[in-house]
Design a binder for this molecule. Structure first.
Ligand SMILES: [Zn+2]
Length: 339
């Protein structure tokens, strides 16, 4: 089971300490076009599908290109990027709606409309200062890297639901998230999400944070550092263009990564690479903890899936999660407010 696997290959470090400067604009555009063409060519892949060949193609283009022209343009662009990042941080940290706060009676009525006996618990306000995240021992890749947390340090009974890839674009799920005011984070792969970024703009408008899950969903520790750069920075650019916000979190596909991945993710502007302690399906949950319970601050993984992939809908998955967390006294919170 992937949840428990995560024996991560250790990669030679050293290369990722050098500061990488952004590509010239024209080349970046070329790469984005190549990425879009590659995505348009394939069916929307279900989660778990691998697409290493596309990644490899893009990586070849870039490796050489990155070293050319960066001398002239690097510094100026870097300055602009830093300024941009500060602005984006402020944007990202803006509190999510709920625009209308539901009364307990309204919450219960909404829950019952969606087939739940109990209203989901409401998380307390997030802390003013985000907690310091750490990487669990089983995922550790060495010092001086951004964290890859499987949980957020907190005493509160909260958990974070994170949804990956973007294959299923279920409109009923949007309604459920809106009615129940569920905080979520979505980690999008371009090859799965690209056919309808409008769906994810609608999710984002409900306060769902949209984060990075690569262009083509490769196993990051099996591709070169240059290819990893293309996969992460390329998706940063696409999400910024499509959603209007540059992601601050990066989730490695399959939970597989090496030290280079985390160094590149930081270069591309993300500050953490969240993993998970639970995985949710339409009809069940898998727990990493031996006691088969949530622990405070746990991150839950699930996917944009449908009946073909897991025998139920996105709403079935959300019902399963809400029943489990509520029964154990937990509320869902939004990862981005803590990480
Ligand atoms: Zn994935």
């Amino acid at each position: 089971m992937r949840l428990i696997r995560n024996v991560l290959a250790r990669h030679g470090r050293g290369a990722h300490h050098r500061i990488r400067r952004p590509l010239p604009l024209v080349l970046t555009l070329l790469l984005l076009l190549a990425g879009a063409a590659a995505c348009a060519g394939g069916d929307a892949a279900l989660p778990g599908a691998r697409d290493g060949q596309d990644a490899a193609g893009l990586g070849q283009l870039k490796g050489q290109a990155r070293r050319q022209g960066q001398e002239q343009q690097g510094q100026e662009r870097q300055g602009r990027e830093e300024q941009g990042r500060e602005e984006q941080d402020q944007e990202q940290q803006a509190p999510a709606p709920p625009k209308v706060k539901l009364t307990p009676e309204q919450r219960l009525a909404a829950a019952q409309r969606w087939g739940l006996d109990q209203a989901p618990l409401v998380a307390p306000s997030p802390p003013r200062e985000k907690p310091r995240l750490t990487t669990p021992e089983w995922a550790d890749q060495g010092p001086d890297l951004i964290p890859a947390p499987a949980h957020v340090p907190t005493d509160q009974k909260i958990a974070f639901l994170t949804i990956d890839d973007g294959a299923a674009k279920d409109r009923e799920f949007l309604d459920m998230v809106r009615d129940l005011q569920i905080p979520l984070s979505a980690f999008l792969t371009d090859e799965s999400a690209a056919e309808d970024y409008g769906y994810f703009r609608d999710l984002h408008a409900l306060g769902v944070s949209i984060q990075n899950h690569t262009l083509h969903h490769p196993q990051m520790n099996h591709i070169s550092e240059d290819e990893q750069y293309t996969e992460i920075c390329g998706q940063q650019d696409i999400l910024e263009r499509e959603i209007g916000v540059r992601p601050t979190l990066f989730r490695p596909p399959f939970g597989d990564f090496d030290a280079d991945t985390l160094a590149v993710a930081e270069e591309c502007g993300t500050r953490a690479a969240p993993l998970w302690n639970e995985e949710a399906f339409a009809d069940r949950m898998d727990f990493r903890h031996d006691d088969q319970r949530f622990h405070p601050g746990d991150i839950i993984l699930t996917h944009f899936n449908g009946p073909k992939a897991w025998g139920g809908t996105m709403c079935d998955m959300l019902r399963t999660v809400l029943r489990k967390v509520t029964e154990q006294g937990y509320a869902l919170a939004r990862l981005e407010d803590y990480a």
